[in-house]
Ligand binder design. Structure first.
Ligand code: PLP
Ligand code: COI
Length: 343
């Protein structure tokens, strides 16, 4: 086995790459078992498992970075451990204890240290924890057995354009989630429900769909697999909605904005307000902070051109650089967001 995998680090897509190991833990007989390390990419699952029939599947997404000092940093590990518990409770699954989640994530990164992309490559190690209901059931009910596992994969930017403005669209014929549904949790079914809209948007040349609130179709909700924020008259504005995922990246950017003296407003944002914003971006673990250059409302035909010069806006650029610098250990981690591994 070569020490450094032969990968084109600087040009990695956001995709799956086989690594050396994954970690697993089973919940059976009312308790979580021992952490298992596996080099197999397969799992053994009953054909009647609740995950397969009734969608008891939740996941997380976080990243590890090789820093300027050679150390590996996992960004906001505890916050992801907290959020998957919320998702578990939403789908009536048994939540993974936060310390187990953290221990397994660290182990998955440590065991695959040679796949953490080198500092300066722009790539990172994506960590994908997931929990699935394993009990056989034909009746619609919650599982009594669960599998929690973590796989990792080195990844590049989510949007092909990298840190350059993309075009997104609004299409009212599609919803990703219901008004009081599962949007606030990270459940596989939400993503299945978004595939049709996503594919249509890609066919039309857009990188993502900007979903509106599913009840009134009046307010902005989120942007494909990312939250949305905009800069309006010097303020950071981002949708308040119970049908979107509480993005940990968004939360972090809001804190950085406040640190920079920028006012943050988390509130309803109407579609019309897009006429009055100076910058817009999609934010998330995969998307980081991806500038949005134009938003086309396909129902009204209205085009909101945001990045008139085709360049990312100054506030988005500062926020992006600040976040990246903390993740890479180039700037002080004043809020204690990184878990440092000496590997
Ligand atoms: N919204 C959705 C639907 C997502 O899938 C993601 C990705 O995780 C986000 C928002 C961003 O969340 P985070 O910043 O925690 O990755
Ligand atoms: C992430 O940003 O971590 C995500 O989960 C997005 C993913 C669904 C591609």
């Amino acid at each position: 086995m070569e020490k450094i995998p032969n990968l084109d680090w600087a040009n990695l897509p956001f995709g799956y790459v086989r690594t050396d190991y994954n970690v697993r833990c089973y919940y059976r007989d009312g308790k979580w078992g021992e952490i298992e390390v596996s080099s197999s990419e397969n799992i053994n699952i009953h054909m009647a498992a609740t995950a397969l029939h009734y969608g008891q599947e939740i996941f997380e997404g976080l990243k590890a970075f090789r820093g300027a000092d050679g150390k590996v940093r996992i960004f906001r590990l505890e916050e992801n451990a907290r959020r998957i518990r919320e998702s578990a409770m939403g789908l009536k699954m048994v939540p993974v204890p936060e310390d187990l989640f953290c221990e397994m994530a660290k182990k998955a990164v440590e065991l695959n240290a040679r796949f953490v992309p080198p500092y300066g490559s722009g790539a990172s190690l994506y960590i994908r924890p997931l929990e699935i209901g394993m009990s056989a059931s034909v009746g619609v009910r919650t599982s009594t057995e669960y599998l929690f596992m973590i796989l990792v994969s080195p990844v590049g930017p989510y949007f092909k354009t990298g840190f350059a403005p993309t075009k997104i669209c609004i299409m009212r014929e599609y919803d990703r989630v219901a008004p009081k549904g599962t949007g606030r949790w990270k459940v596989g079914g939400n993503y299945a429900a978004s595939l049709g809209a996503g594919e249509r948007a890609h066919e039309l040349g857009y990188s993502a769909v900007l979903y509106l609130d599913p009840k009134e179709k009046k307010y902005l909700d989120e942007c494909g697999p990312a939250n949305f924020f905009a800069i309006k008259d010097g303020r950071y504005i981002t949708p308040a909605s119970e049908s979107i995922l509480p993005s940990i990246t968004n939360m972090s950017l809001q804190q950085l904005a406040r640190d920079m003296g920028i006012e943050v407003e988390c509130r309803h944002i109407t579609v019309d307000e897009l006429d009055h914003v100076q910058e817009a971006a999609a934010c998330g673990t995969a998307a980081v902070a991806s500038p949005i250059g134009e938003i086309d409302d396909l129902d009204t035909g209205k085009k909101y051109v945001i990045a008139r010069d085709g360049k990312p806006g100054p506030v988005t650029t500062r926020l992006y650089n600040h976040l990246r610098a903390i993740q890479l250990g180039e700037e002080a981690d004043n809020h204690g967001w990184n878990t440092i591994l000496d590997i």
